[in-house]
Design a protein around this ligand. Sequence first.
Ligand SMILES: NC(=O)c1ccc[n+]([C@@H]2O[C@H](COP(=O)([O-])OP(=O)(O)OC[C@H]3O[C@@H](n4cnc5c(N)ncnc54)[C@H](OP(=O)(O)O)[C@@H]3O)[C@@H](O)[C@H]2O)c1
Length: 212
Amino acid sequence: MKIGIFGAGDVGGTLGKRWRQKGHEIMFGVRNLQSRNIQKLIQMDENFKVGDIREASTFGDVIVFAIPWTAVEETILSAGNLSGKILIDPTNPLTPDLKRLALDDISVAEKIAKLANTTAVVKAFNAIGARTLNNPIFDSDRADLFICGDDIHAKRVVEELATDIGFDVVDVGPLVNARMLEQLALLWIELAFRRQMGPNIGFKILRRKYEF
Ligand SMILES: NC(=O)c1ccc[n+]([C@@H]2O[C@H](COP(=O)([O-])OP(=O)(O)OC[C@H]3O[C@@H](n4cnc5c(N)ncnc54)[C@H](OP(=O)(O)O)[C@@H]3O)[C@@H](O)[C@H]2O)c1
């Protein structure tokens, strides 16, 4: 699959590296083609492609917004026409102290859907740290990855991409539920850093059969 990744930091670089290992084609869309992040990635794998936001947007059938949530609006303007693309949103609209969300009545994922004028937005990879993105396997368990979105096909594609790199996927419903997933990221941050569990943690749902 051809994947355009906006941003080449912890999340973008890690997802790019993991998907590349699974044979996907990756282009990073960045502001600075010479940044240290980009140099490190190219050293790791010369098959990574690098371009500006517009070039990565044109390249990818799937696009990942691995950038600060505050950069989403200008990035969509730079990206051009995103129709027909599957957009993955891992961002969290955190306040600078990382204790609360800066948005009250909407999620970043819903904002992306409005700004890009598409329903093919999937919230994913936000309530987990970059280390666990790199390795979601814990002994015999795979970390759960919570996703949501309104477009069933887009969710199935993201499910395949997440399963490919070792996650169990839990579909939590329509895109409006991205508000819950952005809150869940606050819990992950609280546990990892303030409760000092460390960043090698992930969520897992336990289930027994239940007849509704
Ligand atoms: N780190 C995590 O564990 C984690 C986990 C889940 C979700 N997230 C979310 O994922 C997103 C990316 O996080 P990250 O940790 O990967 O951040 P990061 O390491 O700081 O990387 C951010 C990337 O975005 C680019 N960027 C910054 N400002 C930009 C702008 N105005 N326009 C275009 N590109 C811009 C940076 O490019 P430059 O090099 O040019 O600055 C860099 O490539 C954030 O929204 C974060 O909340 C992070």
